[in-house]
Design a protein around this ligand. Structure first.
Ligand code: C2E
Ligand code: MG
Ligand code: MG
Ligand code: MG
Length: 280
């Protein structure tokens, strides 16, 4: 009996695994067509200057409206797009959407506005091509290069090759600002903060989330801000959800906040409407 119970458990387990794999494959196939079928959309989450309350930046975040499954999270489908290589085309598309969006926002009396796009390590495989396409697109729209920024994660910086240093340097030299996303969650050493030319450090929301209940997380946030400023970087806190977190961050000298307290990610027209409203 024990044996057959074990076998059942094994069968159930392997079925679950098979289902999960099949789901992954079918989702990955659907993703191939999603762009052409107009199922992908870019939303924008405002980033607020803490000292003034002004919205000076936003982050571009992908959304997928699947015809049967409904909204699929980027945390779920971006890894599939990376595995299939599709992220290169999708990433180019996000960049173009973000550039067109920032142009509309700048026309609303916000000439300094910047939209950040998330870039996967895979997109850096052919970075020269990517940089050329992106800079050409900005030029065609008549946009300054600082109007679009890129967000990379620590994982990318684990590759300590000379090529990567040079790659990021070229983006910086072109005037494209680089943010380090999800800071504090990766495994890279702090040495990369001086090795690479980074403009902005984004404190991961796990630290922000606990800063009003855990003294150690508050201390970490304060230390991160101080360190970043000494290295000439500005700081964005991610996932700000409460007034108290906002206040603690401002007291710590943090420059910007992003989170549900201020606004959720929203479609382009809603972003424009909220910026128009803020001026009156
Ligand atoms: P991320 O770059 O760290 O983006 C921030 C995530 O935090 C977003 O999740 C955003 O909706 C969420 N968030 C913002 N404020 C709050 C808050 O106050 N509380 C909580 N709990 N969450 C908040 P989202 O949109 O689901 O995106 C997840 C991740 O997917 C992103 O994390 C990014 O790594 C990836 N991603 C999204 N769009 C793209 C893209 O265009 N390209 C690439 N390569 N990755 C993307
Ligand atoms: Mg990001
Ligand atoms: Mg992040
Ligand atoms: Mg994060």
């Amino acid at each position: 009996a024990a044996k057959s119970a074990g076998r059942n458990r094994y069968t159930r387990f392997s079925h679950a695994l098979q289902d999960a794999m099949q789901q992954r494959i079918s989702l990955s196939n659907d993703l191939r067509d999603a762009l052409g079928l107009g199922q992908l959309e870019v939303h924008y989450q405002p980033i607020v200057e803490l000292a003034t309350g002004r919205v000076c930046k936003a982050e571009a975040l992908l959304r997928w409206h699947h015809p049967r499954r409904g909204a699929v999270s980027p945390a779920h489908f971006v890894p599939l797009a990376e595995a299939s290589g599709l992220i290169v085309d999708i990433g180019d598309w996000v960049f173009r959407r973000a550039a067109e969006q920032v142009r509309r926002v700048m026309a609303l009396d916000c000439p300094e506005f910047q939209i950040g796009v998330n870039v996967s390590p895979l997109q850096f495989r052919n970075d020269a091509g990517m940089r050329k396409r992106w800079l050409a697109h900005l030029a065609a729209l008549g946009l300054p290069t600082r109007s679009v920024g890129i967000e990379i994660t620590e994982g990318l910086l684990l590759d300590v090759s000379a090529e990567l240093t040079e790659t990021l340097r070229r983006f910086s030299a072109a005037g494209i600002q680089i943010s380090l996303d999800d800071f504090g969650t990766g495994y890279a050493s702090l040495a990369y903060l001086t090795r690479f030319d980074l403009d902005v450090l984004k404190i991961d929301r796990t630290f922000v989330h606990r800063m009003d209940s855990h003294a150690s997380d508050l201390a970490l946030c304060e230390a991160i801000v101080a360190m970043a400023h000494k290295l000439g970087m500005t700081v964005v806190a991610e996932g700000v959800e409460t007034r108290r977190q906002r206040d603690l961050l401002e007291a710590a000298g943090c420059d910007y906040g992003q989170g549900y307290l201020f606004a959720r990610p929203m479609a382009g027209p809603a972003l424009e409407a909220s910026l128009r409203g803020a001026r009156h």
